[in-house]
Design a protein. Structure first.
Length: 351
């Protein structure tokens, strides 16, 4: 079951909503929705934002339809005031998304009108605070597959939203139960099942908007960052970072990483007098999974004290073997040479 804060409602809110609807003949007439006719798919969005897990890109836009989302107001707090979803030229189709966030992607179907809420079930929130969460576990209105294999999914229906501001809606969200079981760089396809999704008048999605579905790909496995970063110039002492002895070298990826796939013989750590030295004292590396972030590996010095990653008062130079490979948890492989990680040099404070 997926928890969508915008879909959480209290029992009292449900009752109030029913009373409000009874007082209005057609509340959707006051919106920019299109209640007449079948529920059309205006756009299909895929989450491709590894950094924040918020932004989505269109892998499909309905042609020649002025209701489809164009330039919309972005989510608050991200510094992205405007987002271009579909091209302003209504005859231009969206470019297939090829960089869906491997470990956190989901798909959003955007419709031109409200759906019959029976597309999802509302279940009690485990907190017991009287709220309900939407789930598609039982209704299963969509098809989802990656690399030709069916993918178990959950999701929810979001009746809120419009095509002018984030989050775009009304929408149906489809999310794999465990994206980490799907290799990075997978070819995926999502569709809708006939008779499963209808509007409030009981009219279903047109047959040509169902399956075969809408295509996208997950991003190839890649390094996103290292912390500390590699210095731009090893000869510039002002560009060399000092880190706390308790802070390991973190190598971040865009997918959940298999910590055992990077071995100690693929990482060279030298204790050096300065970052420009090519010869130093070899250090035995320790490579572990980051307990708080499945997308990162931690690297440290085996000689460090308990709970520390490094020895105080040292300068370390870290490089990776040209043959070093890492894998995500589903087996996709990345040659670190392709990531072009520069030598990483840093110091630790004196004891």
């Amino acid at each position: 079951m997926l928890v969508n804060p915008s879909r959480q409602v209290t029992q009292g809110a449900v009752v109030f909503g029913m009373l409000a609807l009874s007082a209005c003949t057609d509340p959707t007439l006051r919106t920019d929705l299109r209640p007449d006719g079948p529920p059309d798919v205006l756009a299909v969005l895929v989450m491709n934002d590894v950094a924040t897990g918020v932004l989505e890109a269109a892998t499909f836009c309905r042609l020649d339809d002025d209701k489809r989302p164009g330039t919309v107001a972005g989510p608050a707090g991200l510094g992205v005031p405007l987002l271009d979803i579909c091209d302003a030229d209504l005859s231009v189709q969206a470019t297939e998304v090829t960089d869906a966030a491997p470990s956190s992607w989901y798909v959003r179907f955007v419709f031109d009108e409200l759906l019959n809420p029976a597309v999802e079930d509302l279940v009690d929130d485990p907190s017991g605070d009287g709220t309900f969460n939407g789930t598609l576990v039982n209704t299963q209105p969509a098809t989802l597959q990656c690399n030709g294999v069916a993918v178990p999914y959950d999701g929810y229906y979001n009746s809120a939203g419009n095509t002018q501001t984030w989050t775009i809606g009304p929408s149906l969200v489809i999310s794999p139960l465990d994206p980490d079981l799907i290799p990075s760089g997978s070819s995926c396809e999502v569709g809708l099942k006939a008779g499963k999704i209808v509007d409030k008048q009981g009219v279903g999605v047109p047959d040509d908007e169902l399956a075969p579905g809408y295509k996208f790909k997950t991003a190839d496995l890649a390094v996103t960052a290292t912390d500390p970063e590699a210095p731009e110039d090893l000869a510039d002492p002002d560009g060399i970072t000092e880190i706390d002895v308790s802070a390991p070298l973190a190598v971040g990826f865009n997918a959940a990483i298999d910590a055992g796939s990077l071995t100690v013989d693929e990482v060279t750590i030298l204790e050096v007098a300065s970052c420009t030295d090519t010869v130093g004292t070899p250090v035995v590396p320790v490579i572990t999974a980051n307990a708080d972030d499945k997308l990162s590996l931690n690297i440290g010095d085996a000689a460090a004290a308990t709970d520390d990653a490094w020895v105080a008062g040292k300068t370390y130079l870290v490089t990776f073997a040209a043959t070093a490979n890492v894998q995500d948890r589903a087996g996709a492989v990345l040659a670190l040479a392709d990531a072009e990680i520069k030598p990483i040099c840093f110091t630790t404070p004196a004891p």
